[in-house]
Write a protein of this length. Structure first.
Ligand code: G3P
Ligand code: CA
Length: 244
């Protein structure tokens, strides 16, 4: 069945597998990333935080409770302790072998094969997160199709300053970031992508972003009818749990 998936046509929105193909496999695990690649997604979206010993751990929540058999804050565990947790059974017992990976491991396995949209999570909790990310990306050399994103605009600015060659995306939720024309100008001055909550997007906003020479990816889409709606609006990327 998977061999039936073909690469996205050039003029179609990019298909971004949210936390991997997280509609079909445990989020932010190698299983969900592999599935995203098999489903011919253009990008994998993943979340990073720092472990107690300063490693880049790939996990969405501030605590390990929801997605592993452990409990407590990610930053209270060293990477080797995080690794020992079961990060698959919460989704299905058949995935009990899945673990929390480092960003380095994801880059080793997928860098250059598929795009990576890397999100810094709660960066105010992890001083040095962006620096560590810059070092990790440098260690892997020039990687095609890496985009860095965050809801935290201090973090997106820091990433842009540290890695001016790597495109940055700002994540927008209108209630948290009411966007005046001036605010949009400021974000568009350095961000390549303005990534919007899909429910708040309309033609006017897409046009305003495109007029500034920037792209827009819509998150997080889980229904086919919403994908069709986003395509009609002319977004540049669809961030979805269901890349198939
Ligand atoms: O890429 C957009 C999306 O990942 C933002 O929300 O909470 O799933 O990280 P969240
Ligand atoms: Ca995310």
């Amino acid at each position: 069945i998977l061999s039936a998936y073909v690469p996205n046509p050039a003029n179609a929105p990019l298909i971004v597998a949210h936390r991997g193909a997280s509609g079909y496999a445990p989020e932010n695990t190698m299983a969900s990333f592999e599935l995203a690649e098999l489903m011919a997604a253009d990008y994998i979206e993943l979340d990073v935080r720092l472990s107690k010993d300063g490693e880049l751990a790939v996990i969405h929540d501030v605590k390990v409770d929801r997605t592993t058999n452990g409990s407590g804050f990610v930053h209270d565990y060293a990477m080797n302790e995080l690794r020992r947790m079961d990060a698959g059974s919460f989704y299905d017992p058949g995935y009990s072998g899945e673990t929390i990976s480092t960003l380095g491991e994801v880059l080793d396995r997928f860098g250059g094969r598929i795009g990576l949209l890397i999100e810094t999570k709660d960066p105010h909790l992890y001083p040095g997160l962006e620096q560590k990310l810059a070092e990790e990306l440098k260690r892997h050399g020039r990687l095609d199709k890496v985009v860095l994103q965050s809801f935290d605009f201090d973090s997106t600015k820091r990433m842009h300053e540290l890695m001016p060659d790597v495109p940055v995306a700002v994540l927008i939720h209108k209630d948290k970031h009411p966007l005046s024309d001036e605010a949009l100008d400021e974000l568009a001055s350095y961000a390549s992508y303005i990534n919007y909550n899909f429910e708040q997007l309309d033609r006017k906003l897409v046009a305003e972003i495109h007029e500034r020479g920037r792209k827009v990816m819509a998150w997080t889409i889980r229904r086919e009818k919403d994908m069709k709606w986003m395509k009609k609006l002319g977004v540049d990327g669809i961030i979805t749990d269901f890349p198939a």
